[in-house]
Design a protein around this ligand. Structure first.
Ligand code: NDP
Ligand code: MG
Length: 395
């Protein structure tokens, strides 16, 4: 029998949406509107899209609003906000929100390692962390998971593959898991030749066949670096070794991922591709409430295809397994190199295959550290970005 009311867990219906103006952020606001009271957007943040942020703030009247780009705070139009709404500024605003006692759930939907300090702060404050910001786990998975454990918080994945695995894992015990299988759409270049990938334009790479997402993750999907980051994310989230994480191409994006148990049973989660479903599940877990998402239509014929992933054509995958296996400083270096290389590609400064080639090069050049603290990770993040820029300039 399904429960129809949210279970009473601290003040978890009081939600902070970090990165409220993005693709995941706006889908989260949709879910909160759909769920209705007592669910509430209690804090909203944006980096550059101030008009959109303030429009949502007028509608939702949160307790806290943060603008992380300091330069954009002056002269912001606060009309239509009640006196109770407090405006915070700068990157520190994200951390303050993540720690605020009025907040029960933090939806971490900032893109890139810029989301790490607030993700870590939410974990240390013992919040429910609905985590979309996979880069935080790639950079500092060990630290984030330790903080969740030590401070009694919860981490519920929002990434659709990890939400599917999280759901499928409920079918058996940890000891009974044989492997997890991450599905990947294959992105816009699933069937492309090497020559076509060499000549790919920004527009080609942004044309994702099944998902509408922010620009950075869309380019990551085209290189399949997104799947590499997800291998690393899975390694930390589920504590599973890299050799038990498999990737399979599934062009329809209906099966969001699978778990194989020791007896050979494979348990999968299926639904039409819509991020509002894993977002809502992360908010309402362990309850399941009616959602605004489209449902599977079994009245029509449909096919599901599964094809082996090819690391020769998509070398980012090999980087994912290597980094998931080595851990230490490798995640921070790979992530920062990739963020910088994607930025250079989007700016028309490097070719498409150079994104992954650059990441490989910087990863090989860095001084490996087996258990770095946050400061060292942040230093390596900066170093890798600088190295990618030098490397691109010399190419
Ligand atoms: P978007 O680019 O659409 O949104 C990013 C959000 O982060 C925006 O609100 C943006 O603010 C904010 N932001 C950007 N830079 C900074 C910064 N330096 N400091 C603070 N905030 C910043 O990204 P997505 O929503 O697509 O992705 C968000 C995260 O979710 C990523 O980690 C991605 O990998 C993950 N994810 C996304 C999925 C998707 O379907 N989109 C699926 C699974 C995971 P502003 O717009 O105001 O500049
Ligand atoms: Mg995903």
């Amino acid at each position: 029998m399904q429960v129809n009311q949210p279970s009473s867990y601290k003040n978890r219906t009081s939600i902070a949406v970090l990165g409220a103006t993005g693709s995941i952020g706006s889908a989260t606001l949709d879910v909160i509107r759909h769920l209705g009271s007592p669910w509430r957007a209690a804090a909203l943040t944006a980096h550059s899209q101030i008009a959109s942020l303030m429009q949502s703030a007028r509608q939702m009247q949160p307790d806290l609003v943060a603008i992380t780009d300091d330069c954009l705070v002056e002269g912001v139009d606060c009309s239509g906000l009640t006196d109770e709404v407090r405006l915070l500024r700068g990157a520190e605003g994200l951390v303050q929100i993540a720690q605020d006692p009025r907040i029960g759930t933090v939806v971490a939907a900032v893109v890139g390692s810029a989301g790490l300090p607030s993700t870590l702060a939410a974990a240390k404050a013992g919040k429910r962390l609905a985590l979309a910001n996979k880069e935080a786990l790639v950079v500092a998975g060990e630290l984030v998971m330790a903080a969740v454990r030590q401070h009694g918080g919860e981490l519920i994945p929002v990434d659709s593959e990890h939400s599917a695995i999280f759901q499928a894992l409920r079918a058996g015990s940890d000891k009974q898991v044989a492997r997890i299988v991450l599905t990947a759409s294959g992105g816009p270049f699933r069937n492309a030749t090497q020559a076509e990938m060499n000549a790919a334009t920004v527009q080609d790479a942004l044309a994702h066949p099944t998902w509408q997402m922010g620009r950075k993750i869309t380019i990551d999907s085209a290189t399949m670096m997104n799947k590499a980051l997800e291998i690393i994310e899975a390694r930390w989230l589920f504590g599973i070794p890299s050799d038990k994480i498999q990737v399979v191409i599934h062009p329809q994006s209906i099966v969001h991922s699978m778990v194989e148990f020791t007896d050979g049973s494979v348990v999968a989660q299926l639904s039409p591709p819509d991020m509002r479903l894993p977002i809502q599940y992360a908010l309402t877990y362990p309850d399941r409430l009616a959602s605004p998402c489209p449902k599977m239509n079994f009245a029509q014929p449909w096919n599901l295809e599964f094809l082996p992933a090819d690391p020769q054509r998509f070398p980012a995958l090999t980087l994912g397994w290597e980094v998931a296996n080595r851990g230490g400083s490798t995640g921070a270096v790979l992530n920062a190199a990739n963020e910088a290389a994607v930025g250079l590609f989007l700016a028309g400064k490097i070719k498409f295959p150079a994104i992954v080639a650059g990441c490989r090069r910087i990863l090989e050049e860095h001084n490996y550290s087996p258990s770095p603290e946050l400061e060292e990770l942040m230093r390596l993040d900066q170093w890798a970005r600088e190295e990618i820029h030098k490397w691109a300039a010399a190419c």
